[in-house]
Design a protein around this ligand. Structure first.
Ligand code: OOG
Ligand code: MG
Length: 256
């Protein structure tokens, strides 16, 4: 089968806000490598249309996330300039069934590449850390997918926001940092940074190892989301979300 045509299908679904059947239902033979190729071909169409690659995201790095979607392997996706929310609100227009999840983002001052990258290499390359939230939106019906589907669908990437205040990488212990997410004033999710591969920095190591296999790297200035710390929370127009990050302030998001 033609991977470009699968990528085109996903591009149409993402840009025209149309739900899709799982691509693995149509093409059961697709491999994980095929899925990453489809992801790249699809993202290339955004880049051809003037968008820019601003970073990477890791996904399914916490048990809470893995259990909620029934997929156990960490995955990566590509973050585009058009996904980067300029203010603390976003519209459900353009999204099928959005969910929000608390994340920690790393911002890089130096390039990071190679399959032998260490935790210390990551800290040396990190300029800042910043509390973040991701709005995910699977293009598949009922938010239901296999590993191969979700990789092809750019790891459900849709929107993301980083907090106003950045922090030096050693500001708090990210493993011990607690998060609590309120929806319309009520606490609906709580967790700690250690939920992400024991420490979010390990998510960056994992990402660099994975993308070094395709000759890619984290470039200076890029942002990386390390993966949802808790389950994602469904939102509809009118909802408001507050997330507190112990020692790293808070984030508020209004859904329009
Ligand atoms: C897949 C994307 C996962 C995360 O942070 O774990 C993700 C999904 O849940 O739809 O972004
Ligand atoms: Mg995420």
């Amino acid at each position: 089968m033609n991977l470009q045509s699968v990528a085109d299908k996903l591009y149409t679904s993402q840009t025209k806000v149309q739900e899709l059947e799982k691509v693995t239902a149509l093409y059961p033979g697709l491999t994980v490598d095929d899925a990453y190729t489809i992801q790249k071909l699809c993202v290339d169409r955004y880049l051809e249309n003037g968008d820019a690659l601003v970073g990477w995201k890791m996904g399914l790095t916490s048990k809470a996330k893995q259990v909620s979607v029934g997929v156990d392997d960490p995955i990566y996706g590509r973050l585009l300039s058009s996904m980067d929310l300029p203010s603390a609100e976003f519209s459900t227009k353009g999204l099928i069934h959005p969910r929000i999840e608390p994340e920690i983002a790393f911002i890089f001052g130096r390039e990071l590449k190679g399959s032998h990258v260490t935790l210390r290499d990551v800290w040396l390359a990190t300029e800042f850390i910043v509390p973040a939230a991701e709005v995910i939106d699977s293009r598949f019906r009922n938010f239901s997918f296999t590993l191969v589907d979700v990789i092809a669908d750019n790891a459900s990437a849709a929107r993301f926001i980083t907090g106003d205040q950045v922090y030096s990488p050693g500001h708090v212990s990210l493993a011990e940092m607690g998060v609590s997410l309120r929806k319309n004033g009520e606490v609906v999710q709580t967790g700690a940074g250690a939920a992400v591969l024991r420490h979010p920095v390990r998510s960056i190591v994992e990402l660099v190892r994975m993308i070094s296999g395709i000759g890619e790297s984290i470039k200076p200035g890029m942002v990386v989301l390390t993966g949802g710390i808790t389950e994602a929370v469904s939102v509809v127009r009118g909802d408001w979300i507050d997330i507190d990050y112990t020692g790293l302030g808070s984030l508020a998001l209004q859904v329009r």
